[in-house]
Design a protein around this ligand. Sequence first.
Ligand code: BGC
Length: 413
Amino acid sequence: MKKQLISLAITAAFALPAAAEQSVEVLHWWTSGGEAAALNVLKGNLEKQGVKWNDMPVAGGGGEAAMTAVRARVTSGNPPTAVQMLGFDILDWGKQGVVADLNALATKEGWDKTVPAALQKFSKYNGKWIAAPVNIHSTNWIWANKDVLAKSGVTTEPKTFEEFIAAAEKVQKAGFIAIAHGGQPWQEATIFDGVVLSTGGIDYYRKAFIELDPKALNSPTTLKVFQRMSQIRKLVDKDFSGRDWNVASGMVISGKAGFQIMGDWAKGEFINAKKVPGKDFLCFRFPGTQGIVSFNTDQFAMFKLSDPDKAAAQMKLASAIMDPAFQSAFNVVKGSAPARTDVPDTAFDDCGKKAIKDVAEANKNNTMVGSIAHGHAVPASIKNAFYDVITRHFNGQIDDKKAVADLMSAAKN
Ligand code: BGC
């Protein structure tokens, strides 16, 4: 009898049509400890809904390598289901007509009402939603080791560029590395975001680096920006070249270095290392940029696919990303602020609460500007040309004056 039942059960199991498994292949560059921890929140969320996650990580902060990989996949006719993208890259793919239309879902879920306008500019093409924003990062942050600062006699938070340099010099004199830095073009450009804002203010930033106004670019202010970059260059250690950003964060976490100038994904590393803001480390805005947020927002764009199961899974992914509870859980770990204005800050630590408050105020005061370094100020061709100038200057290949001249040419790319 028992045998009969078993064989019946087996026959029945084989007679049933196999339930089609929904899956998403997600291409991203979240490979550091903190980033992977945040990604796991998204993975877990989807898997709970029965959607299998096929991971396609392409290492390289800032996503340059990931974007090269996406182009190769699309050219060979095998695009990934979903891709982490930034700013102008999203609009570029929108223009090429290869990304899925998320408008029906966006309308049903009311994305228009909850996503800040500065982000929507990059989430929509021709008025239609083509990407789901998962966070708001900003680049004008400094991360500091509290104990190193105390041992170096730095007792107050630097509020101006000069105060910051003076504090960093104290740290250096005390025998620590003053500024932990990874010598890769996008990281130098990330520092540049803060230096530009601190030196010229928001109007200059917009004129020179968003409108590409030649007068603003070719100005004494730009010269001063490069002079300040040279000052920072003197405060990094000799082994900075090629170092990954999360290794640099590790130097601050372990007490080798005092400061890191980096976007708030760095906080993900501190949290992942079980460090507590205010107790072990400090976060403050790049001195001279208080009240301003130079943002970049990670969004997920979906490539058009003909397989209906895959297309349905794409919509599940987009909807999962936009879920307010998920946005809280994810951004607590990632170091960023939610991409929606209706997510409470209760679950966030002090740095996260500050990030959310800063974004709300900047959104209200129109002091939110797209990051040059992370693809939200100018299209990729100009961004990359800027990287080249900033990096050659940082590495001492060109002087401050030549850097201004080269930046002018780069803007014509
Ligand atoms: C992304 C972040 C990421 C960082 C470093 C930035 O461009 O927006 O999500 O953590 O690069 O990889």
